[in-house]
Write a new protein. Structure first.
Length: 550
């Protein structure tokens, strides 16, 4: 299922509950010899199997990046902030990010002496231009999605050569999370910002630079010899000389290529592949559902049949999620109760999401027919890869048993699937989203500015629901400074989704970075402030700490 784009520093930023009693695996490294052994070795190269190609390229303000694209972006670009192991947001390219008491003025101080891969300096002017490009006020760039993310920014100003001030329209305590935006908000060099071929002229401050890219074949990145970071022992990062990314849509095929020696590393969220990785003594695997995503069936509430509560109730009560999880994933992931995975603020072990009940489903079908005069039927849009198609077919079969007719609509390209969602050209669509961060980063996906019951005026709310309660929870969560109160707000929001059923939750996603035994350093070195690295893998992972033993 498709999207891994999340849009989204205060000392009070909350990392959530570390209790894994919900079934969260955490970053377990399950599988033989998962831990790194020995000291990093400089040099060498790896070939890495990606989930999908990013056909639109990496003009980041305008790009539509699923996880494959985010992984490549993390290779070329750095972000102003980044989360640590505890789930707290920390400065990265920024030396500090601070605010006034009511969180309406944010001062970003940059680290000195950092250069882009073309030799130009990282300074306040280029950072201002990047932020303006993301929010839609830089004339040479036309953002598609980020313009909605940053609508609460009033101005971005250069204070001095290494200081930028951002003024917001209202209190925004989670703003530093948006400077990371799930590793999507990389800072581009000025020449890339202004280039007509911005999507291919990649200039970042990251650990690698683009050597070549043949769409659908491979993306080759080579070591940036002037990278700004060193490890704790003073060794220059990155360790590798080269990374070659190869897109292979099928999870099982990526694993076969790894086992055959064609790949040195892969990422996968395919549960059956993860099961095989755990059992293969020749492989290493670092896996995590901490700060994770959720898979789900997203409903279009702007049109029939899912503008009707009875229709939403029927397909929710009528889907045996336990049977799907067992048949298609061998019960490896945990069934989701809402959009917030373990580790995230707002997570609830029991959010009241309906359990499978075919009798209630049939009752809701009858109520739907009484209101509309129609039997419930719909088209289910999904990724065309073989494994997702099998899951779609199983759900189709389960719904058919209670009298719901489902037509399947497979779509082959992730960018095309995203375009279908943006255009609301679907009734139900298989989806994956909401990786861990401050819950305010989910605002853009669910909020509407216009009054209900009209369809949502926010095109990034792909399902189009316009719910007064959800709007209020999101607005209150954005401006509330007290972290305990914010947690309560987002827990209430979680429960509201279980009542309105705009989405049918699937499972919390486990991601696995599998490799041969020579590859180490998946999570990377500590952050610049010494904090341990982030354990979430739903938005890719750093590559500056990857190394291969001789």
């Amino acid at each position: 299922m498709a999207l891994a784009m999340v849009l989204p520093l205060v000392a009070a930023a909350c990392g959530g509950d570390d209790d894994d009693s919900s079934g969260s695996t955490g970053t377990t490294g399950k599988g033989p010899n998962a831990a790194d052994v020995g000291k990093p070795v400089e040099g060498g190269s790896i070939t890495y199997g990606l989930e999908a190609e990013t056909t639109g390229g990496w003009c980041l303000a305008e790009a539509q990046l699923a996880i494959g694209g985010i992984q490549v972006a993390r290779t070329i670009y750095d972000t102003l902030t980044a989360p640590d192991k505890a789930g707290d947001i920390k400065p990265y390219l920024a030396q500090s990010v601070t605010s006034n008491p009511n969180a309406t003025e944010w001062t970003i101080k940059l680290r000195p002496n950092i250069k882009f891969s073309d030799g130009t300096a990282l300074d306040a002017t280029v950072v201002k231009n990047n932020l303006d490009a993301y929010r839609g006020t830089y004339t040479k760039r036309k953002p598609l999605l980020f313009i909605f993310v940053f609508k609460d920014i009033k101005s971005v100003d250069v204070v001095d050569p290494l200081t930028v001030k951002v003024t917001t329209a209202r209190p925004w305590p989670a703003f530093p999370w948006f400077l990371w935006s799930s590793a999507r908000l990389g800072i581009m060099g000025q020449a890339q910002l202004d280039a007509p071929n911005c999507n291919k002229k990649l200039i970042g401050t990251g650990p690698f630079t683009l050597k070549s890219w043949k769409v659908g074949d491979r993306f080759v990145a080579v070591k940036n010899p002037n990278y700004w970071q060193k490890d704790a022992d003073g060794n220059q990062l990155p360790y590798l000389d080269q990374i070659t990314y190869v897109p292979v849509e099928s999870g099982p095929d990526r694993l076969k290529a790894l086992q055959a020696g064609d790949f040195d590393a892969i990422h996968t969220s395919d549960s059956l592949s993860i099961e095989k990785i755990r059992a293969d003594s020749s492989l290493k695997g670092v896996e995590s559902d901490r700060f994770g995503e959720v898979t789900y069936n997203m409903l279009n509430a702007t049109k029939a049949p899912f503008d009707n509560q009875h229709a939403r109730n029927a397909i929710t009560y009528g889907l045996n999620r336990e049977a799907v999880n067992k048949a298609r994933a061998h019960d490896i992931p945990t069934l989701a109760q809402g959009p917030f995975a373990p580790g995230n603020v707002g997570y609830l072990k029991d959010a009241g999401f309906p359990e499978y009940n075919p009798d209630k489903a049939k009752s809701e079908l009858a109520a739907y027919k009484q209101e509309t005069g129609k039997d419930l039927s719909f088209t289910y849009t999904h990724s065309a890869d073989p494994d997702t198609t099998k899951t779609a077919e199983l759900q189709q079969q389960i719904w058919s048993q209670i009298g719901i007719k489902v037509n399947l609509r497979p779509v082959g390209d992730q960018s095309q699937l995203i375009n279908i969602a943006i255009g609301r050209d679907f009734q139900m669509i298989g989806w994956r989203n909401h990786p861990g961060a401050d819950p305010d980063t989910q605002y853009v996906w669910w909020h509407c500015d216009n009054a209900p019951p009209a369809a949502c005026d926010n095109p990034v709310n792909f399902g189009g629901f316009n719910d007064a309660n959800i709007n209020k929870f999101l607005d209150d969560g954005r401006v509330t400074l007290d972290e305990a109160k914010r947690a309560t707000i987002y827990e209430d929001l979680n429960r509201e989704f279980s009542k309105k059923l705009y989405d049918v939750w699937g499972s919390y996603v486990i991601w696995d970075i599998a490799s041969n035994k020579k590859v180490s350093g998946v999570l990377g070195p500590n952050l610049p402030d010494g904090s341990a690295p982030f354990e979430g893998l739903a938005t890719g992972h750093p590559v500056l700490g990857l190394w291969v033993s001789k």
